[in-house]
Design a protein around this ligand. Sequence first.
Ligand code: EPU
Length: 314
Amino acid sequence: MTPRMVESSILGAMREKVSGLPSALALFDEPLARHCSMGIGGPADVLVIVDSLDALRRLLVLCAENQVRWILVGAGTNMLPSDDGFRGAVVKLSGDFNYVHVDGMDLVAGAGARLSALVESARAGGLSGLEFATGIPGCVGGSLPGNSGTASESLGDRVVDVELLSAGGDIGKLLPEDLGFTYRHSNLRKLGGVVTSARFRLAAGERSEIAAKVRMFAEQRKGQPLNLPNVGCIFKNPPGESAGRLIDEAGLKGAREGQIEISPTHANFMVNLGGGTAANVAELIDRVRESVKDRSGVELESEVLMLSETGQAT
Ligand code: EPU
């Protein structure tokens, strides 16, 4: 039996149990391209859309009991699944996880809430501090592990605490000192488990000033190729530098591998022209890193989570 067949047979044995979970929708052999903003990724053995904490806990226990590996996908705007898909269960949060509410100077948001909903709730509540998240397409649970933000501000700057469900089913709160937020990094991937919600501390602000800042951040994104499937910036900015400028100066705008192109408008974006693959992206990433290293001596580091078919970061 091939590894794919072995994995599928384990999953076949728990097929009924997964399908029978309350507040959950199980999609077998689900193409991950449908759940990644770049339109890339082969089939997952099963993708489970979970609507409640209880269903999530039951699913994780089921996976543990049957030794089925699982990964979480958020809005799929900063990750690239393998062309071979994923052997195991892909978990996606919806329903009860999609909320944002104002609590004094804080915003409390479920893991499934879009950052755009946070920006809007903060504006409506006269709270300032998250305007920089304007136009970031992800959701809370998917954006916190990689500490999404701009070049100078990140979600982690505002976090009071993060609620995490461990793989064993225990719920706990983590504080900034546990989370180790730095530029496009946190300890969350290493810690494992599932982020279920987060609390952000903001400051009182004039609604008109907040709205003006939101417009300014939206304006800054105008040079980004958001009209084509992409996963945001591909590389982290090296300290004091701009990855986009370095790639541009290496003459790589418009370079292609298959149907994946380095955007002619912003060099730190790759766009899928239709039918591009994860392998194409990986080849183009290698090419960019080599060219930039040769030209400017800088080693670029990817900020996109690229996954193998067993969920390892590649
Ligand atoms: N530049 C070029 N050529 C290019 C692209 C950029 O010369 O092709 C130059 C620009 O002219 C500018 C400098 O590089 O002088 C910085 O470019 P930009 O203002 O576009 O910002 P960035 O550093 O490339 C960062 C974040 C973006 C975020 C914007 C918001 C990183 C890696 N990127 O981009 O975040 O939207 O600031 O201003 O920190 C993301 O992480 O996915 C992302 C999109």
